[in-house]
Ligand binder design. Structure first.
Ligand SMILES: Nc1nc(=O)c2c([nH]1)NC[C@@H]1CN(c3ccc(C(=O)N[C@@H](CCC(=O)O)C(=O)O)cc3)C=[N+]21
Length: 292
Protein backbone atom coordinates (compact mmCIF):
# COMPACT_ATOMS: atom_id res chain seq x y z
CA UNK A 1 0.00 0.00 0.00
CA UNK A 2 1.15 3.49 -0.76
CA UNK A 3 0.16 6.55 1.28
CA UNK A 4 -2.30 9.19 0.17
CA UNK A 5 -0.27 12.26 -0.84
CA UNK A 6 -1.59 15.36 0.93
CA UNK A 7 -1.63 18.01 -1.79
CA UNK A 8 -0.55 21.18 0.03
CA UNK A 9 -0.37 23.11 -3.20
CA UNK A 10 -4.02 22.42 -4.04
CA UNK A 11 -5.27 22.97 -0.48
CA UNK A 12 -3.33 26.26 -0.32
CA UNK A 13 -4.83 27.36 -3.63
CA UNK A 14 -8.32 26.62 -2.31
CA UNK A 15 -7.62 28.64 0.80
CA UNK A 16 -6.29 31.56 -1.25
CA UNK A 17 -9.42 31.48 -3.43
CA UNK A 18 -11.64 31.63 -0.34
CA UNK A 19 -9.59 34.54 1.02
CA UNK A 20 -9.74 36.37 -2.34
CA UNK A 21 -13.55 36.04 -2.41
CA UNK A 22 -13.85 37.43 1.13
CA UNK A 23 -11.47 40.30 0.37
CA UNK A 24 -13.51 41.17 -2.75
CA UNK A 25 -16.74 41.04 -0.77
CA UNK A 26 -15.41 43.33 1.95
CA UNK A 27 -14.02 45.75 -0.65
CA UNK A 28 -17.43 45.89 -2.37
CA UNK A 29 -19.27 46.50 0.91
CA UNK A 30 -16.86 48.85 2.69
CA UNK A 31 -14.16 49.97 0.25
CA UNK A 32 -11.51 48.82 2.73
CA UNK A 33 -8.55 46.67 1.71
CA UNK A 34 -6.21 44.62 3.92
CA UNK A 35 -2.50 45.48 3.77
CA UNK A 36 0.55 43.33 4.53
CA UNK A 37 4.02 44.77 5.11
CA UNK A 38 7.03 42.49 4.65
CA UNK A 39 10.45 43.60 5.86
CA UNK A 40 13.56 41.98 4.43
CA UNK A 41 16.97 42.76 5.89
CA UNK A 42 19.92 41.87 3.65
CA UNK A 43 19.73 39.93 0.41
CA UNK A 44 19.86 36.22 1.18
CA UNK A 45 18.78 34.62 -2.14
CA UNK A 46 16.35 32.12 -0.54
CA UNK A 47 14.73 34.92 1.49
CA UNK A 48 14.40 37.02 -1.68
CA UNK A 49 12.46 34.18 -3.32
CA UNK A 50 10.07 33.77 -0.36
CA UNK A 51 9.49 37.50 -0.02
CA UNK A 52 8.83 37.73 -3.77
CA UNK A 53 6.19 34.98 -3.72
CA UNK A 54 4.58 36.45 -0.59
CA UNK A 55 4.20 39.82 -2.34
CA UNK A 56 2.81 38.22 -5.51
CA UNK A 57 0.24 36.13 -3.65
CA UNK A 58 -0.74 39.08 -1.44
CA UNK A 59 -1.65 41.13 -4.51
CA UNK A 60 -3.32 38.11 -6.16
CA UNK A 61 -5.87 37.84 -3.32
CA UNK A 62 -6.65 41.56 -3.56
CA UNK A 63 -4.60 42.85 -0.64
CA UNK A 64 -2.05 45.65 -0.63
CA UNK A 65 1.58 44.58 -0.37
CA UNK A 66 4.24 46.84 1.16
CA UNK A 67 7.82 45.69 0.79
CA UNK A 68 10.64 47.20 2.81
CA UNK A 69 14.21 46.20 2.01
CA UNK A 70 17.00 47.23 4.33
CA UNK A 71 20.75 46.62 3.92
CA UNK A 72 22.34 43.74 5.86
CA UNK A 73 24.27 46.20 8.03
CA UNK A 74 21.24 48.33 8.99
CA UNK A 75 21.46 49.43 12.64
CA UNK A 76 18.93 47.69 14.89
CA UNK A 77 17.51 51.09 15.89
CA UNK A 78 16.61 51.78 12.28
CA UNK A 79 14.74 48.49 11.95
CA UNK A 80 12.91 49.19 15.22
CA UNK A 81 11.98 52.64 13.92
CA UNK A 82 10.54 51.09 10.74
CA UNK A 83 8.50 48.63 12.82
CA UNK A 84 7.18 51.56 14.88
CA UNK A 85 6.11 53.35 11.68
CA UNK A 86 4.35 50.23 10.40
CA UNK A 87 2.61 49.80 13.77
CA UNK A 88 1.28 53.34 13.42
CA UNK A 89 0.32 53.04 9.73
CA UNK A 90 -3.41 52.43 9.43
CA UNK A 91 -3.06 50.93 5.93
CA UNK A 92 -0.91 48.13 7.39
CA UNK A 93 -2.85 45.27 9.00
CA UNK A 94 -0.04 42.72 9.08
CA UNK A 95 3.71 43.02 9.65
CA UNK A 96 6.19 40.25 8.84
CA UNK A 97 9.89 40.70 9.49
CA UNK A 98 11.61 37.97 7.53
CA UNK A 99 13.84 35.73 9.68
CA UNK A 100 16.66 35.01 10.21
CA UNK A 101 17.97 38.51 10.88
CA UNK A 102 21.68 39.39 10.73
CA UNK A 103 23.60 38.48 13.90
CA UNK A 104 24.05 42.09 15.10
CA UNK A 105 20.26 42.47 15.46
CA UNK A 106 18.42 41.16 18.52
CA UNK A 107 15.58 39.15 16.98
CA UNK A 108 13.53 38.95 20.18
CA UNK A 109 13.63 42.71 20.56
CA UNK A 110 12.38 43.19 16.99
CA UNK A 111 9.55 40.67 17.40
CA UNK A 112 8.47 42.27 20.67
CA UNK A 113 8.37 45.68 18.95
CA UNK A 114 5.63 44.51 16.56
CA UNK A 115 2.07 45.39 17.61
CA UNK A 116 0.60 41.98 18.60
CA UNK A 117 -2.58 42.91 16.69
CA UNK A 118 -0.47 43.12 13.49
CA UNK A 119 1.80 40.14 14.26
CA UNK A 120 0.67 37.91 11.39
CA UNK A 121 3.62 35.57 12.07
CA UNK A 122 2.20 34.85 15.53
CA UNK A 123 5.73 35.14 16.98
CA UNK A 124 5.08 37.89 19.54
CA UNK A 125 5.16 36.58 23.15
CA UNK A 126 1.60 37.87 23.66
CA UNK A 127 0.32 35.77 20.75
CA UNK A 128 2.43 32.74 21.69
CA UNK A 129 1.04 33.04 25.23
CA UNK A 130 -2.54 33.41 24.04
CA UNK A 131 -2.13 30.22 21.97
CA UNK A 132 -0.79 28.39 25.04
CA UNK A 133 -3.79 29.47 27.11
CA UNK A 134 -6.30 28.78 24.34
CA UNK A 135 -7.41 32.38 23.72
CA UNK A 136 -8.22 33.57 20.19
CA UNK A 137 -5.00 34.77 18.58
CA UNK A 138 -2.85 35.03 15.48
CA UNK A 139 -1.29 31.57 15.11
CA UNK A 140 2.11 31.10 13.45
CA UNK A 141 1.69 30.32 9.75
CA UNK A 142 3.59 27.04 9.38
CA UNK A 143 1.94 25.44 12.45
CA UNK A 144 -1.48 26.65 11.28
CA UNK A 145 -0.84 25.31 7.77
CA UNK A 146 0.27 21.97 9.22
CA UNK A 147 -2.94 21.79 11.27
CA UNK A 148 -5.12 22.50 8.23
CA UNK A 149 -3.34 19.73 6.28
CA UNK A 150 -3.91 17.31 9.17
CA UNK A 151 -7.57 18.31 9.27
CA UNK A 152 -7.86 17.33 5.61
CA UNK A 153 -7.20 13.77 6.82
CA UNK A 154 -8.62 13.59 10.38
CA UNK A 155 -11.89 15.15 11.55
CA UNK A 156 -10.74 15.09 15.14
CA UNK A 157 -7.57 13.96 16.88
CA UNK A 158 -9.26 12.49 19.95
CA UNK A 159 -7.62 9.21 20.88
CA UNK A 160 -4.73 9.78 18.46
CA UNK A 161 -1.13 10.11 19.60
CA UNK A 162 0.97 12.77 17.92
CA UNK A 163 4.73 13.19 17.96
CA UNK A 164 6.28 16.51 17.05
CA UNK A 165 9.96 16.16 16.23
CA UNK A 166 11.54 19.54 16.96
CA UNK A 167 10.91 22.14 19.65
CA UNK A 168 11.47 25.50 17.94
CA UNK A 169 9.40 28.53 18.90
CA UNK A 170 8.33 29.00 15.28
CA UNK A 171 7.12 25.46 14.54
CA UNK A 172 7.59 22.67 17.10
CA UNK A 173 6.14 24.33 20.18
CA UNK A 174 3.14 26.03 18.52
CA UNK A 175 2.22 22.98 16.42
CA UNK A 176 2.25 20.87 19.59
CA UNK A 177 -0.11 23.37 21.25
CA UNK A 178 -2.50 23.23 18.30
CA UNK A 179 -2.52 19.42 18.33
CA UNK A 180 -3.21 19.43 22.06
CA UNK A 181 -6.04 21.93 21.61
CA UNK A 182 -7.55 19.50 19.10
CA UNK A 183 -7.40 16.63 21.59
CA UNK A 184 -4.36 14.72 20.37
CA UNK A 185 -2.08 13.14 22.97
CA UNK A 186 1.12 15.02 22.24
CA UNK A 187 4.79 14.19 22.65
CA UNK A 188 7.50 16.69 21.76
CA UNK A 189 10.72 14.93 20.75
CA UNK A 190 14.06 16.58 20.04
CA UNK A 191 17.79 16.01 19.67
CA UNK A 192 18.15 14.77 23.26
CA UNK A 193 15.27 12.29 23.04
CA UNK A 194 16.35 8.73 23.78
CA UNK A 195 15.40 6.22 21.06
CA UNK A 196 13.72 8.67 18.72
CA UNK A 197 12.73 5.88 16.27
CA UNK A 198 10.71 4.14 19.01
CA UNK A 199 9.02 7.40 20.02
CA UNK A 200 8.03 8.13 16.41
CA UNK A 201 6.86 4.53 15.89
CA UNK A 202 4.24 5.01 18.62
CA UNK A 203 2.60 7.94 16.82
CA UNK A 204 -0.55 8.10 14.72
CA UNK A 205 0.47 11.63 13.67
CA UNK A 206 4.07 12.63 13.01
CA UNK A 207 5.09 16.26 12.51
CA UNK A 208 8.75 16.51 11.51
CA UNK A 209 10.23 19.98 12.08
CA UNK A 210 13.91 19.63 12.88
CA UNK A 211 15.62 20.91 9.74
CA UNK A 212 17.70 17.74 9.27
CA UNK A 213 17.39 16.28 5.74
CA UNK A 214 15.61 12.89 5.74
CA UNK A 215 16.26 12.29 9.44
CA UNK A 216 12.96 10.41 9.90
CA UNK A 217 13.16 7.04 8.14
CA UNK A 218 10.37 4.90 6.74
CA UNK A 219 11.06 2.20 9.34
CA UNK A 220 10.23 4.68 12.09
CA UNK A 221 6.70 5.26 10.81
CA UNK A 222 3.75 3.32 12.24
CA UNK A 223 1.74 1.66 9.49
CA UNK A 224 -1.09 3.98 8.41
CA UNK A 225 0.21 7.04 10.29
CA UNK A 226 -0.24 10.59 8.98
CA UNK A 227 3.07 12.35 8.33
CA UNK A 228 3.48 16.12 8.04
CA UNK A 229 6.94 17.04 6.80
CA UNK A 230 7.78 20.64 7.69
CA UNK A 231 11.44 20.48 6.64
CA UNK A 232 12.69 22.23 3.52
CA UNK A 233 16.36 21.30 3.08
CA UNK A 234 18.42 21.93 -0.01
CA UNK A 235 20.90 19.08 -0.57
CA UNK A 236 24.39 19.79 -1.97
CA UNK A 237 24.42 20.22 -5.73
CA UNK A 238 25.07 17.07 -7.78
CA UNK A 239 27.60 17.44 -10.60
CA UNK A 240 25.82 18.78 -13.68
CA UNK A 241 22.69 19.88 -11.77
CA UNK A 242 21.68 23.54 -11.61
CA UNK A 243 20.62 23.32 -7.94
CA UNK A 244 20.65 20.83 -5.07
CA UNK A 245 17.48 18.77 -4.60
CA UNK A 246 14.89 19.93 -2.03
CA UNK A 247 14.11 17.30 0.60
CA UNK A 248 12.13 17.29 3.81
CA UNK A 249 12.98 16.02 7.28
CA UNK A 250 11.39 12.70 6.30
CA UNK A 251 12.82 10.13 3.86
CA UNK A 252 9.77 10.42 1.61
CA UNK A 253 10.39 7.42 -0.69
CA UNK A 254 10.60 5.13 2.35
CA UNK A 255 7.83 6.71 4.40
CA UNK A 256 5.31 6.82 1.54
CA UNK A 257 5.27 3.00 1.55
CA UNK A 258 4.27 2.81 5.23
CA UNK A 259 2.27 5.93 6.05
CA UNK A 260 -1.48 6.34 5.56
CA UNK A 261 -1.04 9.91 4.34
CA UNK A 262 2.01 12.12 3.86
CA UNK A 263 2.93 15.61 2.68
CA UNK A 264 5.50 15.99 -0.10
CA UNK A 265 8.40 18.48 -0.19
CA UNK A 266 8.02 20.69 -2.10
CA UNK A 267 4.24 21.07 -2.45
CA UNK A 268 3.24 20.28 1.14
CA UNK A 269 3.55 22.58 4.11
CA UNK A 270 5.46 25.34 2.25
CA UNK A 271 2.55 26.61 0.11
CA UNK A 272 0.25 26.43 3.17
CA UNK A 273 2.60 28.72 5.11
CA UNK A 274 2.06 31.58 2.66
CA UNK A 275 -1.69 30.92 2.34
CA UNK A 276 -1.96 31.07 6.15
CA UNK A 277 -0.02 34.33 6.18
CA UNK A 278 -2.77 35.78 3.98
CA UNK A 279 -5.42 34.22 6.20
CA UNK A 280 -3.82 35.83 9.26
CA UNK A 281 -3.64 39.19 7.48
CA UNK A 282 -7.38 38.99 6.75
CA UNK A 283 -8.03 38.03 10.38
CA UNK A 284 -5.90 40.93 11.69
CA UNK A 285 -7.65 43.33 9.28
CA UNK A 286 -11.12 42.26 10.45
CA UNK A 287 -10.15 42.51 14.11
CA UNK A 288 -8.52 45.93 13.73
CA UNK A 289 -11.06 47.57 11.46
CA UNK A 290 -14.35 45.87 12.35
CA UNK A 291 -13.63 44.56 15.83
CA UNK A 292 -14.51 41.03 14.69
N1 LIG B 1 9.13 35.93 9.70
C1 LIG B 1 9.18 34.86 8.91
N2 LIG B 1 8.04 34.17 8.66
C2 LIG B 1 8.07 33.08 7.85
O1 LIG B 1 7.02 32.44 7.63
C3 LIG B 1 9.31 32.69 7.25
C4 LIG B 1 10.45 33.44 7.55
N3 LIG B 1 10.37 34.50 8.40
N4 LIG B 1 11.65 33.12 7.04
C5 LIG B 1 11.79 32.05 6.08
C6 LIG B 1 10.75 30.99 6.31
C7 LIG B 1 10.58 30.04 5.16
N5 LIG B 1 9.21 30.20 4.73
C8 LIG B 1 8.66 29.52 3.64
C9 LIG B 1 7.47 29.87 3.06
C10 LIG B 1 6.98 29.21 1.94
C11 LIG B 1 7.68 28.20 1.36
C12 LIG B 1 7.17 27.54 0.14
O2 LIG B 1 6.16 27.94 -0.41
N6 LIG B 1 7.85 26.52 -0.37
C13 LIG B 1 7.45 25.83 -1.59
C14 LIG B 1 8.52 25.95 -2.65
C15 LIG B 1 9.90 25.57 -2.21
C16 LIG B 1 10.97 25.94 -3.24
O3 LIG B 1 10.83 25.54 -4.40
O4 LIG B 1 11.96 26.62 -2.87
C17 LIG B 1 7.15 24.36 -1.29
O5 LIG B 1 7.55 23.87 -0.22
O6 LIG B 1 6.51 23.74 -2.10
C18 LIG B 1 8.86 27.80 1.95
C19 LIG B 1 9.34 28.45 3.08
C20 LIG B 1 8.60 31.14 5.49
N7 LIG B 1 9.43 31.61 6.42
Amino acid sequence: MSAKIIDGKAIAENLRNTIAAEVADIAARTGAQPGLAVVLVGNDPASEVYVGSKARQTVAVGMRSFEHRLPADVPEAELLALVARLNADDAVDGILVQLPLPAHINTDRVIEAIDPAKDVDGFHPVNAGRLLIGLPTLVACTPLGSLLLLQSVHQDFSGLSAVVVGRSNIVGKPVAQLLLQHNATVTIAHSRTRDLPAVVRAADIVVAAVGRPELVRGEWIKSGATVIDVGINRLPQEPGAAKGRLVGDVAFDEAVKVAGAITPVPGGVGPMTIACLLRNTLQAFRARRFGE
